[in-house]
Design a protein around this ligand. Structure first.
Ligand SMILES: O=C(O)CCC(=O)C(=O)O
Length: 251
């Protein structure tokens, strides 16, 4: 079995996999600089894409649209090699977010699934609900079939360990088995949570329907993550993805 096949199997079975050494030190530094530039520009323009707590920015939306380096990364061979064995060669990135957990923004997130997609415009199609607008972009809860066919790649620009509020997951909880996507209790009662400990430059592959959470960091420091969501098919009912970033053209 190849490493790609082993990872695809893990994601199929557990809903997630931790992958070491996806980005090297130079790539990490240039991504940090590129995101910082976009973040500073958004802050200066009081742009709602920048997620702020007090004086501190802890997140940025629309990363694929705002940071060309991240758009290139999403279509680059090292990322495609993680995504294609799971979603197939037609997969494309549909959303990019950046998060940093620091002492000023030391969040604590309860168990949840990622149920929202970003769309080009609101269309009241069956299966889409709770439309909202975030940073000028329409968002909706998506049908389960759409979410089941997606994959998130979380790229870690800093180490995530037990002390800085790493992602926690409930293995296998991406399989709904007929239960509602908002249902949590039966999983927390019987599945032991796993902490995703990731080195700088590593990644977590995750199905959006996997139940996940994170505690506040005991020793907060930067915990920067580029969060990329991938899909492999058009949305139903005339709804369109807000963004579609495909693989780099091979020369
Ligand atoms: O990075 C974290 O702390 C969790 C983020 C998260 O839960 C999410 O992206 O849905």
């Amino acid at each position: 079995m190849t490493i790609a096949e082993i990872l695809a199997d893990q994601v199929q079975r557990d809903g997630f996999a931790v992958v070491p050494r996806v980005l090297d030190a130079d790539e990490i530094e240039s991504l940090i600089l590129a995101v910082d530039r976009a973040r500073a520009a958004a802050d200066q323009a009081a742009d709602p894409a920048s997620l702020r707590r007090g004086q501190s920015t802890f997140g940025l939306r629309d990363l694929l649209g705002r940071v060309p380096e991240v758009r290139r990364l999403a279509g680059s061979p090292p990322i495609r090699e993680l995504v294609e064995p799971i979603l197939g060669p037609a997969a494309f990135a549909v959303r990019g977010l950046w998060f940093d957990k620091t002492s000023e923004a030391n969040w604590n997130l309860p168990w949840h699934r990622d149920l929202t997609i970003a769309a080009r415009r609101r269309v009241d199609a069956p299966g889409f609900s709770s439309w909202t607008v975030k940073a000028g972009i329409p968002h909706a809860l998506a049908p389960v079939e759409v979410l089941e066919s997606m994959l998130t790649v979380r790229l870690h620009l800093d180490p995530a360990g037990p002390d800085n509020g790493p992602l926690r997951v409930l293995p296998g909880s991406h399989r709904l088995g007929g239960s509602a996507p908002t249902e949590v209790g039966s999983w927390t009662d019987r599945v032991h949570p796993i902490e995703c400990v990731v080195d700088r430059g590593g990644a977590v592959l995750m199905r959006p329907l996997l139940l996940h959470a994170s505690n506040s960091a005991a020793s907060p420091d930067h915990r920067r993550v580029i969060h990329l969501e991938f899909a492999s098919m058009p949305l139903p009912g005339g709804v369109e993805w807000y963004d579609v970033a495909r693989a780099e053209a091979s020369s």
